[in-house]
Ligand binder design. Structure first.
Ligand code: SF4
Length: 491
């Protein structure tokens, strides 16, 4: 597929719009070429004396659509934004006609549609005005507007209200027993990286101690903690204990409102690890089936059965965990709608406090991407519609939502929870109104300044880099966060 830009370079936004219809394809980008064959999406800007003309031309499988738009030159104030939006809209409308697909999120390509709704509510928009704004400008469907609005209303009393002295913490343990076929995270198979684990745990604890010192010095309050990965329970119970003991020694855990550990895959969960997690003070864990269909579990490369997941869940309950989340994925290869529904019904019967419904995302770095799209075959839309219906009937409300690029049918990931069991960390990580300190490899630190500005600092991606260049990384982090620390110390 050739994407041709004529007299402009608005690439990122147009590519994102095209991906709403044609995901996971490799595009060939050309600028100002005149001759082209085959499938093509061309956009052009031409400036005349009084008007500027925008064109889109789409040819796919010999079907052709054209659209044009013109605007008075004197009306163009912020040229880039205006042309960007209008060119994307022309391409979007051509692609609807050619493909017959009408994306439910309309032209919205961002990952945080709920934030857009909250912003409008904070500006004083009524529900009808919020709907009108997002419908007219971005062509979002009523169904998705209802979902985003419902979540915005649930989140509003929970989100951080600009208290810069309150922070959350993300701790990364980036190992997994095997790599799932759809995985694009920096997760490392435990067999290949086993020898790195002792050093990794040691350096991770060093970083946690440094962060603990900084939190003390700045008089910050630790609000929520999330130990994620990878699958943190991939490491031995003693290693988990070391990390969690270090957390207790470095931070005032007694004031933490939510302490999450992603137990994740059933093939890593043991009685001993759950006991450590409970005794060390975690208040919420995830036991993630993704699917309870054993055949699909094999296809996606997870070396465990549905029964193991159910057993792990029951073990956690028996140990006294009273806040358990379970993740499912809609759109997994070879899974049918019926088998997804069966999984969801069985998960609901287990009665976890929250259930998160992800939609399969096929990132370039995943095995699934390289195996080709033919592997992906099932309608995620129906799975999500069923989830929404049955979960709300059973008392689970949608409370956080995010979108990712290259997601099957451009759908979303939605967390559902029983009242009062919404995960604060999940809301904060998407809402970006509370600073999040990141520790461990591939962890991101998001620092919010008192004026609302946000900076991100990224740790190295791979465990060997993190271990080998630890002090260099700490120095870099310290330099990059100095201005933020100064601004917080003044409050
Ligand atoms: S459990 Fe999660 S992080 Fe680990 S390989 Fe599977 S998708 Fe990746």
């Amino acid at each position: 597929m050739t994407i041709l830009f004529s007299n402009h370079t608005i690439k990122y936004e147009i590519e994102s719009t095209i991906k709403l219809f044609i995901p996971a394809k490799r595009f060939n980008f050309l600028y100002n070429e005149r001759n082209y064959d085959g499938d093509i999406i061309m956009t052009r800007i031409k400036t005349g004396k009084r008007f500027t003309y925008l064109y889109a031309y789409v040819r796919i499988n010999n079907k052709i659509k054209r659209r044009a738009y013109h605007v008075l030159n004197e009306k163009i104030k912020t040229e880039k934004d205006l042309h960007e939006y209008n060119l994307c809209k022309l391409v979007y409308l051509c692609l609807i006609e050619i493909t017959g697909i009408t994306p439910k999120w309309g032209m919205l390509t961002g990952i945080r549609p709920v934030r857009k709704v909250i912003d409008l509510i904070e500006e004083g928009f009524s529900k009808a005005e919020v709907f009108a704004e997002l419908k007219n400008k971005f062509l979002v469907s009523d169904e998705k507007l209802e979902l985003a609005y419902k979540i915005a209303k649930i989140q509003t009393p929970l989100i951080s209200n600009g208290d810069c002295k309150t922070v959350s913490l993300y701790v990364s343990i980036p190992f997994c027993p095997t790599r799932c076929s759809y995985c694009s995270f920096v997760s490392h198979s435990i067999e290949k990286t086993k020898k790195l684990i002792p050093d990794y745990i040691e350096y991770l604890c060093n970083e946690l101690k440094m962060l603990g010192k900084m939190v003390d010095e700045l008089g910050l309050r630790m609000d929520t903690i999330y130990i994620g990965g990878g699958t943190p329970t991939s490491v031995e119970a003693e290693d988990l204990q070391k990390v969690m003991e270090c957390l207790s020694e470095s931070f005032d855990i007694s004031r933490v409102r939510e302490y999450n550990v992603e137990a994740g895959r059933a093939d890593t969960i043991t009685f001993e690890k759950l006991r450590v997690i409970k005794e060390m003070g975690a208040t919420r864990i995830s036991v993630n089936p993704q699917t309870l269909n054993d055949d699909v579990l094999k296809v996606i490369g997870r070396n465990h059965t549905a029964k193991q997941t159910v057993d792990a869940y029951i073990m956690a309950r028996n140990l006294g965990f009273d806040n358990i989340n379970m993740d499912l994925i809609a759109g997994l290869p070879t899974e049918t709608v019926e088998s997804f529904k069966d999984t969801l019904d069985r998960v609901i019967a287990l009665d976890p406090e929250s259930i998160t419904i992800h939609t399969l995302t096929i990132k370039r770095s995943s095995r699934l991407y390289s195996e080709g799209e033919n592997h992906i075959c099932n309608p995620a839309t129906q799975a999500l519609e069923y989830s929404m219906k049955v979960l709300t009937e059973k008392g689970y409300n949608p409370y956080y939502l995010y979108r990712q690029k290259n997601t099957v049918e451009n759908l979303e990931n939605t967390g559902y929870a029983k009242r009062g069991k919404e995960s604060l960390y999940n809301i904060f990580i998407m809402d970006e109104t509370q600073s999040i300190l990141g520790a461990g490899c591939a962890a991101s630190t998001k620092l919010i300044y008192p004026n609302g500005e946000l900076i991100r600092i990224h740790n190295y991606k791979f465990p060997y880099e993190y271990i080998n260049s630890f002090y260099k990384l700490m120095e870099k982090k310290s330099i990059e966060s100095n201005a933020w620390k100064e601004s917080i110390a003044m409050i």
